[in-house]
Design a protein around this ligand. Structure first.
Ligand code: ADP
Length: 804
């Protein structure tokens, strides 16, 4: 703007009659004449209106900056200075308005020249640019929105002239590929396309250019991080009304993620399909690792179970590419190095793209190098807070794993584990079922075994009734067989009681040595039969226990019997006990045949037997150790197979020591009673609906010199009682019609009867059963089959009482 000149301009502009005044007032802008210092001399009417100034006097002689207070003072000063120097000064600012919305002003200041080229004043023209600025802002905003949308939607937008070569800057292309303009211009963009897709892309793009038809294709494009992404490409020609092809506009849509998801789902589906009918864990592992390994093109794909100690892991199966070595075996997680092991235990995937770079010199590198592994994804699987399994993929060269690769391995390990667990549960069920069937077969066998000699024995008794020596032999044999059967039935009943939670321990303070003595006593016949040598070593300081002496002796006896049974003739058996912290530890070792590795995990399982049980000479039901473990666990202790080789085994039993070493009871055997030798025979009534059982007991009682009578029902018993006046009655509880309790109650209510000693005979021996018999009036409670020794003792006690 040329500088207006002369003083006359100012005078004329302000005088209503001057020609400049008319121009001045008709201007739509706000026009101000300032004195050389920048104070307002004149303001036009439109300016007053626009700035909403009601009283001209309020602005006259004020510095121009007063009208635009929001303007930076230095910007205003600079503009004035520039104008004074003959240039064009300029500043932009807002000014408040009555509407509350500030308006934007663009203020230009120029010099008013006097005749002598002196500075007469300054001319300021302020233009309301609010509308323009808003439009500008809106444009900016909408561009920014568009850019964000494009960025978020994985779309690269580009344009090219009719030639199809890049000639202008393509910001989105550059951002995605990292190519600079000089790299992508012309046909340079093809360098970012995957080498395998390049020729096809070039060919189809040229064809589209020739035909001027829309272009649709797919190819892989290298992202700035070097990872290729699948792209869906679409471009259309923009053709003018006169038919001239002006330009091409196109988009590259990144479909990598979608493709990844689709591919993953396809593979997972195929895996499910391929393993659907697999009913063993090995097949599931084999198929899954093979499919995953081939899909990812890796060198190896192992699947491992992690042991309960959170450290050892066992690679049960690994798929390997041709020429790669298998890594099946057992390892420690610490081989990975502390950092990697901690990552895995915390349930985070271990991702190594280059072993030598990332683990340089550190832990883990040696292990991976030893198996030719340079890159690895290893996914841990955490269940209930514990590391339970891992699946890995190994590559024999560094590899830039993608997020999809990781997601895939993670998904596969989870699915594979679930499947394997299901298969294992089914396998376990089948195994339990198989063991049960085998057990039933053995049980039948075991029960039939004693029957044959017993039948023969009976036969012999008939034929050789008068032959005393033959009778003794037959009796001994039958006694052995009956004992074996009772033992077996008792073990079974114990298992049933423990399983149903009905086994009560009769705990008492005792000394371990006394229980050991009792166990050794019962096992001695078997140890002697095998001509084994037994060494017992007990500490000098006693080991007090709060335990059920019979049950602990039963367990020690079981383990000793096994040692005797599974040790070839003339072996060595040792029992030693020691204090181990708050526990007593009893080790029982033998020089026997040992238990093969494969069977060790199962020996404490119900019906577990090693090898072909039916054919074994020792015969056994495979319940001894299972029962032993349950009994020891009821005591809060443990039993483990500590060691087993083909030259012997060692079992260790641990039991909690009693809290204080209070005086201990001795061997928990009932105090012996004096035999009623020489006393008058007792009158004994035996009541049992089982004729044989009643007759047998009566015969035994007769054999020790007492008079016995048999009644086979409650009613029969009650009818003979008054005349018989027995000294002692052995009364069966479970009888049809009137049971033992009812008979006892009626007996106890008979006034004409001298009350006899009343002994219950029952299969049930729990505290509650004893309480019930006692409430019904019984004096004693015997568990069937009653042991002759106990019967004799009761008879002796009664005889002694009667004699007094
Ligand atoms: P069983 O009645 O068959 O002896 P157990 O439960 O006591 O049942 O033992 C289970 C199996 O463990 C046995 O069948 C036997 O194969 C094996 N076993 C137990 N103890 C020993 C041992 N000391 N030496 C070798 N094998 C043993």
């Amino acid at each position: 703007m040329p500088a207006p000149s002369s003083n006359a301009f100012i005078t004329e502009s302000s005088s209503a009659s001057g020609p400049h005044h008319w121009i001045f007032e008709s201007s739509a802008d706000c026009v101000l004449i300032l004195d050389p210092r920048g104070e307002v001399m004149v303001i036009n009417g439109n300016g007053m209106l626009a700035l909403e100034i009601e009283d001209e006097a309020a602005v006259l002689y004020q510095p121009v900056g007063q009208l635009w207070r929001a303007a930076r003072a230095d910007a205003v000063a600079t503009a004035l200075e520039q104008a004074r120097g003959g240039g064009v000064g300029r500043f932009t600012s807002t000014a408040p308005s009555r509407s509350g919305r500030p308006r934007w002003w663009d203020v230009t200041i120029t010099r008013i020249q006097g005749d002598e080229k002196s500075l007469e004043g300054l001319l300021a023209v302020a233009r309301d640019v609010t509308g323009m600025r808003q439009a500008d802002q809106q444009l900016h905003r909408s561009e920014a929105r568009y850019r964000s949308l494009v960025a978020a939607s994985n779309v690269i937008e580009w344009d090219a002239p009719a030639s199809g070569q890049f000639e202008t800057v393509q910001p989105a292309w550059s951002t995605f590929t990292g190519q600079r303009f000089d790299q992508y211009c012309g046909a340079g963009w093809l360098d970012a396309v995957h080498p395998d897709d390049r020729a096809r892309t070039e060919r189809t793009w040229s064809a589209a250019l020739r035909r001027r038809s829309p272009y649709v294709t797919e190819h892989r494009l290298r992202r700035v991080d070097g990872v290729y992404h699948h792209m869906l490409v679409r471009a259309v020609p923009v053709i003018d009304a006169d038919g001239v092809l002006r330009e091409w506009i196109g988009v590259h849509i990144d479909v990598e993620e979608r493709r990844g998801v689709e591919e993953r789902l396809r593979l997972l589906d195929a895996m499910s399909e391929a393993t659907r009918n697999a009913d063993d864990a090995r097949t599931v592992m084999a198929v899954t690792t093979r499919m995953l390994g081939q899909h990812l093109g890796v060198t190896r794909c192992p699947y491992a179970d992690v042991a309960a100690d959170n450290d050892r892991f066992c690679i049960r199966y690994d798929w390997t590419a041709a020429n790669a070595r298998s890594t099946v075996g057992e390892y420690s997680l610490d081989l990975f190095g502390a950092r990697a092991a901690a990552t895995m235990r915390a349930g985070r995937t271990l991702l190594i793209r280059d072993v030598d770079q990332e683990l340089a010199g550190g832990e883990g590198a040696a292990m991976f190098n030893a198996i030719d592994c340079k890159a690895i994804i290893c996914c841990p699987l955490i269940k209930d807070g514990k590391l339970v399994a891992m699946m890995a993929v190994h590559q024999d060269r560094p590899r830039n794993w993608s997020a999809d690769d990781v997601a895939l391995v993670e998904e596969v390990v989870e699915r594979c584990w679930v499947h394997i667990e299901r298969v294992r549960a089914t396998e376990a069920l089948h195994e339990a079922d198989r063991r049960k069937n085998e057990f039933l077969a053995i049980l039948a066998h075991e029960l039939r075994n004693p029957l044959a000699p017993m039948r023969n024995g009976l036969q012999l008794m008939k034929l050789a009734a008068g032959d005393g020596a033959a009778m003794v032999k037959v009796r001994d044999m039958m006694e052995r067989q009956v004992q074996q059967m009772s033992h077996l039935v008792n073990d079974l009943l114990d298992i049933a009681r423990i399983t149903s939670g009905n086994l009560d321990l009769k705990r008492q303070r005792l000394e371990l040595a006394s229980v050991v003595a009792a166990a050794v006593e019962t096992s001695m016949p078997l140890i002697d039969a095998g001509a084994h040598v037994l060494a017992v070593e007990l500490p000098e300081t006693p080991l007090p226990l709060d335990a059920d002496p019979l049950r602990v002796a039963q367990v020690l006896g079981n383990v000793l019997n096994n040692a005797a049974k599974y040790t070839p003739r003339g072996g060595r058996i040792a029992l030693s006990a020691r204090r181990d912290g708050a526990m007593a530890a009893i080790a029982i070792s033998d020089s026997g045949i040992g238990i093969p590795e494969s069977a060790r995990a199962n020996v404490f399982e119900m019906f577990a037997q090693v090898g072909d049980s039916l054919g074994r000479a020792q015969g056994g039901l495979g319940i001894g150790l299972s029962l032993s473990r349950r009994l020891i666990e009821l005591h809060g202790g443990s039993i483990v197979l500590e060691e087993s080789t083909p030259h012997g085994s060692t079992f260790v039993i641990r039991l909690p020591l009693a809290e204080s070493a209070a005086p201990t009871a001795g061997t928990p055997l009932a105090a012996g009673t004096d035999a009623a030798n020489g006393t008058a025979p007792l009158r004994v009534l035996v009541v049992d609906d089982n004729h044989d059982a009643a007759d047998m007991l009566a015969a035994l009682i007769g054999a020790v010199g007492h008079d016995s009578t048999v009644a086979n029902s409650g009613a029969a018993a009650l009818s003979v009682l008054p005349s018989l006046q027995p000294d002692i009655v052995f009364l069966d509880i479970g009888m049809p019609g009137m049971n033992g309790y009812e008979v006892a109650q009626q007996l106890r209510a008979m006034p004409a009867l001298t009350q006899p000693v009343l002994v219950a005979l029952t299969g049930w021996g729990e505290d509650k059963d004893r309480a019930r018999t006692s409430a019904a009036g019984f004096d004693h409670h015997l568990i069937k089959p009653a042991d002759l020794g106990t019967v004799e003792r009761l008879l002796a006690q009664t005889a002694a009482a009667v004699a007094n």
